[in-house]
Design a protein around this ligand. Sequence first.
Ligand SMILES: Nc1ncnc2c1ncn2[C@@H]1O[C@H](COP(=O)(O)OP(=O)(O)O)[C@@H](O)[C@H]1O
Ligand SMILES: [Mg+2]
Length: 310
Amino acid sequence: MNYPSRTAIVNSVKYPALIRDTFLSGGFVTKTSGGKPKFWSGGFSIVFQIDTGGELWAFKVWHTELKDNKFRYTTVSEVLEKCALPYFTEFEYVENGVLVDGVLMDTHRMPWVDGAPLKDYINSNITNPVKLANLASKFQLMVAEFHKHNIAHGDLQHGNIIVQDDGEISVIDYDSFFVEGLQGLPDLIKGQGGYQHPSRYYNLTINEKLDYFSELVIYTSLIVYSEHPELWSYDTDWLLFSKEDLETPELCTLFMSLKKSDNPKIAILMSTMHEFLRCEDITQLLPLEDIINSKINAKFPPLDDITDKF
Ligand SMILES: Nc1ncnc2c1ncn2[C@@H]1O[C@H](COP(=O)(O)OP(=O)(O)O)[C@@H](O)[C@H]1O
Ligand SMILES: [Mg+2]
């Protein structure tokens, strides 16, 4: 099947009659000040915002084929329903949800999640170390839950992590998910540079370890920014290190200096990231909670554990 261009999709979504997802077809597509449908575009899809009687929805149309898309989404939906974790939002994969250039295309709908994408949240709270450290703890608890359920998001990065005002986390964009039942499917979406292990680009099939590297990057970055707000930069496509920094950490002055940080937690996390970067394959990595338990909590017990002993 030939996939339509982004422009063709945007042109179709302008016309309510071409939206065939019956739930959304009577809604209003959010427009730019120039009157065109507002959209968010990524490597495989375009997302629009549709208002149905005051409720906002994200409406996704793919412009590039993702093989086995319907099977992936159906399997993910079954697993997420069973584990009922608060980080996920219900969604619907809709066959023939939009007509583009005379061809019916499958679409996806999920409620629009309130909150700020991760980098916006950090930007608003960069001078509040407690909020950043709390977010790091919540993030760590979230990924530990993913691991318990053998779930991997596959593309953990700022655009896919939404933080609510109260600090609770939601993840969106389930195109790259791994759940049980999807073993052996090809790893098509490689994730965002600056969040991925260099070997991810050669990884063949999706598995429960897809997030291990990005988890460490996100957790470490939050801890670093809670201590060093002066390092913060909003206008980048990465969080702390670029894709190139991660390919050659020895050439990255910031990487090497944080590795020698006076803050033992930062030094341990950075040494671990360096060890991870020496691995040849993402299957050799470890989950974040293992690192925190064995390398940080074992050496620096949280305050509660110390006071319990007296
Ligand atoms: N349900 C949603 N709630 C809030 N924002 C969303 C939602 N879905 C998509 N977005 C916004 O649109 C962007 C692109 O959507 P996403 O599903 O991540 O597509 P892609 O696969 O192209 O990255 C997101 O980074 C986010 O800013
Ligand atoms: Mg995304």
